[in-house]
Design a protein around this ligand. Structure first.
Ligand code: VGL
Ligand code: ZN
Length: 211
């Protein structure tokens, strides 16, 4: 059963940046394996948008900014519990660049997120305070976007939060599982799939589109 991609459908490529790829500061295991698949999928889509994790060097999500804290520990912030990460995707560094192995010249938009020092943003739509919007929903609505198909890194953080917020914004959202890879810290991957299922996010494999 093949899913036909129409001219309104949008491929959302989440955070395929050097820091999330092997050798990067927050490398996601197997992250490089999905790049050829994303390139193949992108050929089926007229519309492709990217997200880019884009932090100042003193970002609140970095363990280095919290005395006595190590990566993968948590802190309580105004907006809730924040997982602490190794420094990653610092703006204007190579680690923050989108992989040049992406071969998607027809990509239309790069939405940066996480640039406010005091607020993290896994989601491409909304920052972690659940208030500050990135503008992505406005852009997609103005473009009269159809279904959103989400790929990239990492399944259990930026992919999942983008999928959940896309669904909350009223979009029909599908995650292409084998075109994602996960961090999977403290059961985060299983929880992410549960949350996405509950929100009505579809979960497919790339062959359902590629045939
Ligand atoms: C991400 C942790 C921190 C992601 C971004 O892209 O999934 N994860 N910042
Ligand atoms: Zn980040």
């Amino acid at each position: 059963m093949t899913i036909n991609i129409g001219p309104e459908d949008v491929l959302v490529v989440v955070d395929v940046q050097y820091d999330f790829l092997p050798g990067g500061n927050l490398a996601v295991s197997g992250g490089d394996e999905i790049v050829p698949l994303i390139n193949a999928l992108a050929k089926k889509f007229k519309n492709v948008v990217f997200t880019q994790d884009w932090h100042p060097a003193d970002h609140v999500s970095f363990a280095s900014q919290h005395a006595g804290k190590a990566p993968y520990e948590t802190v309580e912030l105004d907006y809730g519990t924040q997982v602490l990460w190794p420094d990653h995707c610092v703006w204007a560094t190579r680690g923050a660049e989108l992989s040049s192995d992406l071969d998607i010249p027809h990509g239309q938009l790069v939405i940066r997120k996480g640039y406010n020092r005091a607020i993290d943003s896994y989601s491409g739509f909304q920052e972690a305070d659940r208030e500050t919007l990135t503008g992505l929903a406005g852009y997609l609505n103005e473009r009269e976007a159809g279904r959103l198909f989400i790929v990239g890194l990492a399944t259990d953080f930026c992919v999942a939060w983008t999928a959940l917020d896309g669904a909350a914004a009223g979009f029909d959202v599908t995650v292409i599982e084998d075109a994602t890879r996960a961090i999977d810290s403290n059961g985060s991957l299983e929880k992410a799939w549960e949350d996405m299922k509950e929100a009505g996010v579809e979960r497919i494999m790339s062959r359902e589109i590629l045939g």
